[in-house]
Design a binder for this molecule. Structure first.
Ligand code: FUL
Length: 491
């Protein structure tokens, strides 16, 4: 018979042992690697996943056919008798777009909402006898269908007499900003255009404006040449640098400074801030609607997509409403064509049918960081990670076609940017032959192969240089039927 003190001792020993074992068993589950700073914010990650955002330039310029109004326009000319913001939203949704940004006020100073601080607005137009509010109709239509909204409010104002009087104008601008940020619910992006072309001396109090924005809406992204959440890409052609870091030194940036356009285009591997670039470009020649213009060809839009989204940026595509207040049918059709083309190219990933292996994998087999993660549907939080000790700087991942050869002309690579942008250089091989190489990857890197369609059975992606260990979240091999480089015979 066991005496009581002995029984207690034994029970304690058993409990202690099983606890220790449990801890050590847990202790063997491989943990995610440490991130490499700077990291994106939650709102930046969400923004980057949108890939395409719709921009809408609308105002008195739509009726005068100017690109930059003088500020002397008579508000009475603004009369979009058939305005239908539902049609705008339908066009965006059909194109797979989840965020739309409207010019609440452009450089001419005319306000699309009845601002109480000026009468240079819809209030003095004939539209709805001066009782309408375009911003409200836009927001209502979008929100009713689950589409997010953002607004553009031009700092340069050619109408407002306070412009040029620094304190008064800054207060006026801030007052309008507060109207927009408090009366229309949640906004996902606010656009501060750095452009001004004025002889008047004007300093903008961006610091105060930005602080007020964040105070009123915490999940909003602020766009300007210099962020703080989204930066300009340095041109209005939809072209990011072939090297494009989401990181940059914010202290080297200033708003409206043409000399930093190159730096904005490329970013900085040693950047202290995560500040990804947005590529604004218009579907037509002008930002505003002009009768004589027509939308860009599908091939041009696809090229823009590859050069922006395919280079770690977001594409902000402007589609201007016409004088009726509708998006032109030609443009709506082109948007649909773009969506269909993107779906055709990217809905099939030939790599999914491949067996996949890598140079090494964190935590070994079944550790949770294996190369199979690049073929699942999560393009952010499941990823392939090599082992920590592997400092050979030749990390690779290989896909082998199971049923005969692979035939593709686009390679997609995505990094687990939630843990920091890392890859500096990479190369792509098909059956041992190099078919493409590049530098940064980031959220998404697309290679349209210069040699056209390749056929082969083993595709190897080598990461030859990175900040710390590379973490690859997704890989795709795609066939783009719209891509036929000149002078290349299709096999
Ligand atoms: C520029 C403006 O001057 C254009 O009119 C347009 O709004 C574009 C998006 O930004 O700076």
């Amino acid at each position: 018979m066991v005496k009581l003190p002995h029984a207690l001792f034994l029970t304690t020993l058993v409990l202690h042992l099983s606890f220790t074992l449990a801890i050590s068993a847990r202790g063997r589950v491989p943990t995610p690697p440490l991130p490499i700073l700077p990291l994106p914010s939650y709102s930046q990650l969400k923004w980057q996943q949108r890939e395409i955002i719709m921009f809408l330039h609308f105002g008195v310029n739509t009726f005068t056919s100017y690109e930059r109004g003088t500020g002397h326009e008579d508000p009475a000319i603004f009369n979009p008798v058939g305005l239908d913001t539902n049609q705008w939203v339908s066009a965006a949704m059909d194109a797979g777009i989840s965020l739309m940004i409207l010019t609440a006020k452009h450089h001419d100073g005319f306000c699309l909402w009845p601002s109480k601080y000026t009468d240079h607005s819809v209030e003095r137009s004939h539209w709805k006898d001066g009782k309408g509010d375009v911003v409200q109709e836009f927001v209502d239509a979008a929100k009713a269908r689950g589409v997010d909204v953002g607004l553009y409010l031009s700092p340069w104002d050619r109408h407002e007499p306070r412009y040029g009087h620094i304190l008064e104008y800054n207060e006026y601008y801030l007052a309008q900003l507060q109207e927009l940020l408090t009366n229309y619910g949640s906004l996902r992006e606010i656009w501060f255009d750095g452009f001004k072309n004025s002889t008047l001396n004007m300093t903008y109090y961006f610091t105060e404006w930005f602080s007020m924005v964040k105070e009123l809406q915490s999940s909003i992204n602020i766009f300007s040449d210099a962020g703080p959440d989204v930066r300009w890409v340095g041109n209005e052609d939809g072209i990011a640098g072939t090297t494009c870091w989401a990181t940059i030194n914010r202290t080297s940036l200033s708003i409206g400074n043409a000399s930093i356009e190159g730096y904005l285009n490329v970013g900085d591997p040693r950047g202290t801030h995560y500040l990804p670039a947005e590529c604004d470009v218009t579907i037509r020649d002008g930002w505003f609607w002009h009768k004589s213009e027509s939308p860009k060809k599908l091939s041009k839009l696809l090229q823009i997509y590859y050069n922006s989204v395919g280079r770690n940026c977001v594409l902000l595509l402007n589609v201007p409403p016409n004088t009726t207040g509708l998006l032109p049918e030609t443009d709506v059709r082109r948007l649909k064509e773009l969506r269909n083309a993107l779906d055709t190219i990217f809905s099939v990933n030939l790599a999914e049918k491949c067996s996949v292996k890598a140079s090494s994998q964190r935590g070994g087999k079944d550790g949770g960081f294996g190369p199979e993660n690049v073929l699942d549907s999560d393009h952010l939080w499941t990823y392939w990670a090599p082992v920590d000790e592997d400092d050979a700087q030749d990390h690779w991942i290989e896909m082998r076609g199971t049923n005969g050869g692979l035939r593709f002309n686009v390679v997609r690579i995505q990094e687990a940017v939630g843990l920091g942008q890392r890859i500096k250089r990479h190369e792509i091989y098909v059956d041992g032959k190099k078919v493409a190489q590049g530098t940064t990857v980031g959220h998404k890197r697309l290679h349209r192969l210069k040699g056209g369609v390749v056929q082969g059975s083993v595709v190897r992606i080598r990461i030859t240089e990175s900040k710390g260990l590379p973490l690859v979240s997704s890989i795709g091999l795609h066939l783009d039927p719209f891509w036929q480089p000149k002078d290349v015979k299709v096999p």
